[in-house]
Design a protein around this ligand. Sequence first.
Ligand code: NAI
Ligand code: OAA
Length: 330
Amino acid sequence: MKLVVLGACGGIGQTLSLLLRTNALIDELVLYDVVDPVGVATDLSHIPTRQKIRHFCPLSKTDDSQLRMALQDANVVVIPAGIPRKPGMSRDDLFNINASIVQQLVKVYGEICPEAFLAIISNPVNSTVPIAAEQLRSQNCFHPERLFGITTLDSLRLEQFLGELTGEWDVQGQVYTVGGHSGETIVPVLGNWRLRLSPEQIKGLVNRVRYAGDEVVQAKQGKGSATLSMAAAANRFLCGILRAICTGETVDEVAFVNVSRLKADDCFVREMMHKVEFFGVPISLGPEGVAKVKSLGSLSADEKEAISHSLPTLCAQIAKGARFVKESKL
Ligand SMILES: NC(=O)C1=CN([C@@H]2O[C@H](COP(=O)(O)OP(=O)(O)OC[C@H]3O[C@@H](n4cnc5c(N)ncnc54)[C@H](O)[C@@H]3O)[C@@H](O)[C@H]2O)C=CC1
Ligand SMILES: O=C([O-])CC(=O)C(=O)O
């Protein structure tokens, strides 16, 4: 199993690579960054595992030969490349820089390893994932069941903040977020836990999860956004993908995916799939990618309303990503 990290020298990339270094399902870990990853790779290579570690960096601003080599025969590709926010910025403010970074990396992915699972971390996720999809469509190699925006950090935060309120932290899978990855497009789904909380507690919890990214951006005072918790979130998600590919088990995850062509059991989900092309949903993953969208269970009136409310913003951010690719000269 070969896993490639594109943007491996950043705050997320380094921490995530550390976590992946000890994953026994990975035979070859490849680090790629425009900043030479030789130091990070050498450092990680002293951690004893049978995993092979390799590193690549472009030879010049226009060189893509090293990226091509990095991606050769990849099974899983994760992209944390791109700039992070500073206080006062929205994730959408990152669009102008990160859109081109993601598009360029995905173009080469499409040429070299379009069958690999592709997981995108770079913000704004609500637009970078549609950018990847549109770029791959233009190359006739889009596999919607293998493209993911990683929104796991929102669910991690929900689990943690719920734990702080209830004293119960072992709630993975019982609560999660759906929708997108920005402000009001993040919709926490509380399942039976909503019965244990007062309306004020629910309101406070939902608001904290939605704006938890800002909490970290402000605390880091201009030195970036969440890196350590994001690396933990991406590691959780990638461990799920690796298990699904390597063991053939069906694995449950939540991710921002192209819902319009997926199977779903739930009629609420099916109805929503007609209104929006990409949405964060609970999914069952198999060795070929997303097998189906899982049911959202019984939603509260507020959760349903929040989902409806998220759709116009999400649709606009998705369309912005697709338009960027259609108008680009890449
Ligand atoms: N999906 C999510 O929940 C989250 C997403 N993020 C996003 O992740 C991204 C990365 O964040 P950090 O690691 O904190 O940033 P960082 O600035 O520490 O690292 C980014 C890395 O990307 C590299 N890079 C830039 N252009 C590249 C290219 N063309 N090819 C390869 N590498 C390239 C940089 O050299 C740098 O090493 C940001 O866009 C941030 O907003 C951050 C937290 C959560
Ligand atoms: O807030 C940011 O810019 C980074 C991010 O997506 C998060 O922490 O959720």
